[in-house]
Design a protein. Structure first.
Length: 228
């Protein structure tokens, strides 16, 4: 291993850190925004509402993220209907496609997590909320969802790290985030070990920052007197 090459690779890969952070945070935020409605619809009594959502979750969780990214970027981009639609300014940009693919992928996993967690809470809570004069939405907002998110917060900490790692696939559609910058530098130096070792160090540091942030958030929202 050449330490000189390792050192030279650091600033090159650091240039791609900004896009890695952008993809990670925006894709995670998109996933959270989409996941909750999906989870509520998946738990709906009507099959007309729950079946399409469960099918979506099954398809997304059962297929590789890279395939989903290619479908969104290359597949949709080849359709004349898409090219003439209002979505084309988004779907023609590889960065937006990467955020969309990673975000929708994360949404499927988080939706399934939320769906299962919501179903675990006792029916007595809803009945007590109705006895207090709360509507179904008020009970969901003030009683169920705070408990759900407090319960799944550790898993969401893992999820954002997984989203961060998934962001490396954006290089497959020409986005020059950290992995893309590393691949371009390898093409010039023919030193994959040193370059990807440097990239791995940045991913580890970024992942550690995300994990510590969610650990601090867990402590902030923890119920006093309860310990894991």
């Amino acid at each position: 291993m050449s330490f000189e090459l390792f050192k030279n690779a650091l600033p090159v890969i650091l240039d791609g850190l900004y896009l890695t952070v952008v993809i990670t945070l925006l894709a995670f935020a998109l996933g959270q925004l989409v996941a909750l409605p999906l989870a509520l619809l998946a738990n709906a009594c009507s099959r007309w509402l729950s079946s399409p959502v469960r099918t979506y979750i099954f398809c997304i969780r059962g297929s590789p993220l890279l395939v989903q990214l290619f479908i969104i970027y290359y597949g949709f981009g080849s359709l004349e209907l898409v090219r003439s639609s209002l979505l084309w300014p988004i779907l023609r940009e590889p960065l937006y496609c990467a955020i969309l693919a990673v975000g929708l992928n994360s949404a499927a996993y988080v939706a399934e997590l939320l769906r299962g967690t919501i179903r675990q809470f006792p029916v007595g809570q809803s009945e007590a909320a109705k006895a207090l004069g709360m509507s179904g939405w008020q009970a969901m907002r003030h009683i169920t969802l705070p408990q759900v998110y407090r319960s799944v917060l550790p898993v969401l900490g893992n999820e954002i790290v997984l989203v961060m790692k998934a962001s490396s696939l954006a290089s497959a559609v020409t986005v020059v985030e950290m992995t893309g910058a590393a691949r371009a530098f390898v093409a010039r130096t023919y030193a994959p070990f040193e370059v990807f070792a440097a990239a791995g160090c940045f991913y580890l540091i970024f992942g550690l920052v995300l994990a510590m942030t969610f650990k601090a958030l867990e402590r902030q929202v923890a119920v006093p007197g309860l310990h894991r």
